[in-house]
Design a protein around this ligand. Structure first.
Ligand code: APR
Ligand code: PHB
Length: 389
């Protein structure tokens, strides 16, 4: 088979790229190692920046997002037992949308099916070749049969554990990493959210987050130890620990119920640079990870795809490669800003026992500054709603 672009991975990066290329008349295939149901079953974040919402509009997949997504004009931080509101709209003029990554994925998959675009699920042993030259090639196995796809470009949208980044010669790529000494234990439950807006909690027992997917479905997290096993956390134990970290008003309004998903995620900051290797272009989690504190992972995938789709469209429409040449640099500039912000917010709100009382005082001073300086609050808001691209 021959296509213009072979996309590896059908997460948000691969699907959004596929849709934008389809609308531009560029022929692409998506190769995904998992089944469609498996991809839709992964529970991930759920806060979209305004720029990402605009991208969903451009990709003609924003109908359900506008009907069902919740616009949030601000969020709260509970620090030292007191709640403080960050007025995102008042400070930045922008909002964020609560809409689950699962729903984004579902909408993009539906558009792909409607367009009759080529997707191979359960593609095994995907391997990429020849991207340093002019004739890249992708091999995979499906139902025991070997297949080959010739293409002009390979888009590595296969997440952190994918095959594309490890296929780059080690000397050509530089990795930067910080691993945090804790994880997030997350619970999804069909109960109404404790509050209209998200609450980020900094507590002496550790961080907590009250988030949501809809008016009837809540997503809660508590900071946990890396040694914790999800099997050892009963629903009751989770709710009890969450209550310990909430304020009395929150405890009074909290509705608990059986979890429909429960998992532990480690926290990591990671960037591999550059993002282009000849005719291989990495996007999304394949090239970077942020800790979830700033809700940036999904949004960074979207900005990468914005730059990548622009570059490929320029190439096919005009024959010029100005945007392809600029791709890595443009992405990385925004990625490093989001890395800084996610790292900062993680440091501000989590319990780092190894930093002692001095560390806690630094967090309190930093937070005090956010509350008393409009400039500091604006910096937080501007980053949370997403830097422009
Ligand atoms: N061959 C084919 N597909 C693969 C391979 C492989 N060897 N390895 C991984 N994949 C698939 C995964 O099964 C997954 O469906 O690539 C997809 C990558 O999707 P994501 O991990 O969701 O990454 P991305 O699309 O970049 O989305 C980034 O998702 O992980 C979250 O927090 C992250 O919200 C961010 C967003
Ligand atoms: C979520 O709803 O899963 C979520 C929201 C905000 C974050 C992280 C995760 O910062």
């Amino acid at each position: 088979m021959r296509v213009q672009v072979a996309i590896i991975g059908s997460g948000p990066s691969g699907l959004l790229l596929g849709q934008l290329l389809h609308l531009a008349g560029i022929d692409a295939i998506i190769l995904e190692q998992r089944s469609q149901e498996y991809v839709l079953g992964r529970i991930r974040a759920g806060v979209l920046e305004q720029c990402m919402v605009e991208m969903m509009e451009r990709a003609q997949v924003a109908g359900r997002l506008h009907a069902e997504g919740l616009v949030h004009h601000g969020f709260e931080i509970l620090f030292g037992g007191k709640r403080h509101r960050i007025d995102l709209h008042g400070l930045s003029g922008k909002d964020v949308w609560v809409y689950g990554q699962t729903e984004v994925t579902r909408d993009l998959m539906a558009a792909r099916t409607a367009a009759g675009a080529k997707t191979v699920y359960e593609a095994e042993n995907v391997s990429i070749h020849g991207f340093e030259g002019t004739k890249p090639l992708v091999r995979y196995t499906k139902d025991g049969k070997q297949h080959e796809v010739e293409c002009d470009f390979i888009a590595g949208c296969d997440g952190f554990h994918g095959v594309c980044r490890p296929s780059v010669p080690p000397g050509a790529i530089t990795e930067h990493e910080r691993v945090y000494p804790f994880g997030w234990l997350g619970v999804l439950a069909d109960v109404p959210p404790v509050s209209e807006e998200l609450i980020y909690v900094s507590h002496e027992r550790g961080f907590a987050l009250c988030s949501m997917r809809s008016r009837t479905r809540s997503r809660y997290y508590i900071q946990c130890s890396l040694e914790d096993q999800v099997e050892n956390w009963s629903d009751d134990a989770f709710w009890e620990e969450l209550k310990r970290r909430l304020d009395p008003a929150g405890v009074a309004r909290l509705v608990t119920g059986p979890s429909i998903e429960k998992s532990i995620a480690p926290l990591r900051s990671y960037v591999a640079e550059p993002m282009r290797f000849g005719r291989l272009l990495l996007a999304g989690d394949a090239s970077h990870i942020v800790p979830p504190t700033g809700a940036k992972g999904l949004n960074l995938a979207a900005s990468d795809v914005h730059y990548l789709s622009t570059a490929l469209i320029e190439h096919y429409r005009t024959g010029r490669n100005t945007e392809l040449d600029a791709y890595s640099g443009k992405c990385l500039r925004r990625i490093w800003q989001a890395e800084r912000f996610s790292w900062w917010m993680t440091n501000l709100l989590h319990l780092f026992p190894e930093n002692g009382s001095f560390g806690r005082k630094m967090q309190a001073a930093e937070f005090d500054y956010v509350l008393t300086s409009r400039a500091a609050a604006t910096a937080l808001a501007e980053n949370y709603v997403g830097l422009p691209y």
